[in-house]
Design a protein around this ligand. Structure first.
Ligand SMILES: C[S@@+](CC[C@H](N)C(=O)[O-])C[C@H]1O[C@@H](n2cnc3c(N)ncnc32)[C@H](O)[C@@H]1O
Length: 216
């Protein structure tokens, strides 16, 4: 199970006692990870907000048999139907691509009902371990001149303290902050290859661990 899948398991287990849980997924992409949970719980209401038209259409097609699933093709900057009624609002690997972070985070707080759960999982891989000159340029522009870039090109460093402050400022309570940064995908694949082919190079503690949770 990947880290993201594991996190989704935890999120869905938290709302398993709710009769008709409502979950908002901001920056839902193709919504592939959600399929399983919708099939397990026919009463689950799922709304995905996805600005990329092709991905939104892919997700609509993927989830078409679930009448409780809706995909909205827009940015996460405006209120939607049932705003303030969601049990969970999450964004997975999205914050680093968001141009107007404060508006996005504010919406995530406003979307949930009182006592609702807000989860933002974001990746620093692009900014900390850019693998090409193009990616470095993209990160540098995103970090320093974000207004120059279209939303779809943003990939920047997201400051944890800033995120916490923005959420606190909207009345959210920060309950848990965890850090699971992995080096770049390229390094990870190299690590995996070496691990599988030349085990003797790696200390036992690496080999025994679950790779998906390794901090390397
Ligand atoms: C790396 S993908 C992650 C997709 C999905 N959450 C997943 O885990 O597979 C990032 C997504 O964020 C979306 N996105 C970027 N900026 C956004 C914004 N301002 N509001 C909502 N979604 C946004 C992108 O269109 C893209 O689908």
């Amino acid at each position: 199970m990947t880290f993201k899948e594991n996190l989704l398991e935890k999120i869905f287990s938290k709302i398993s006692q709710i009769n008709e849980p409502r979950i908002l997924d901001m920056g839902s992409g193709r919504s592939k990870n959600i399929l399983r949970f919708l099939s397990q719980n026919p009463k689950l209401h799922y709304v995905g907000i996805e600005p990329n038209k092709a991905d939104a259409n892919f997700a609509r097609d993927l989830l078409k048999q679930y009448t409780n699933a809706t995909i909205i093709n827009q940015l996460g900057y405006n209120p939607i139907e049932n705003f303030g009624q969601f049990d969970v609002c999450m964004s997975l690997s999205v914050l680093e691509h968001v141009k107007e972070l404060k508006t996005f985070l504010t919406n995530s707080v406003k979307a949930v009902k009182s006592g609702g759960l807000i989860v933002h999982l974001y990746d620093l891989g692009h900014s900390l371990y850019a693998t090409s000159l193009k990616e470095r340029l993209q990160v540098s522009l995103s970090n320093n001149f974000v207004d120059l870039l279209p939303e779809s090109k943003v990939a920047r460093y997201v400051n944890l303290e800033q995120v916490s402050q923005m959420l606190l400022g909207q009345g959210a309570e920060v309950r848990e902050v965890t850090y699971h940064q992995m080096r770049s995908h390229k390094d990870f694949l190299m690590f995996l290859k070496l691990t599988l082919t030349k085990k003797k190079f790696w200390p036992e503690k690496f080999l025994n661990g679950n790779l998906k949770f390794l901090n390397i």
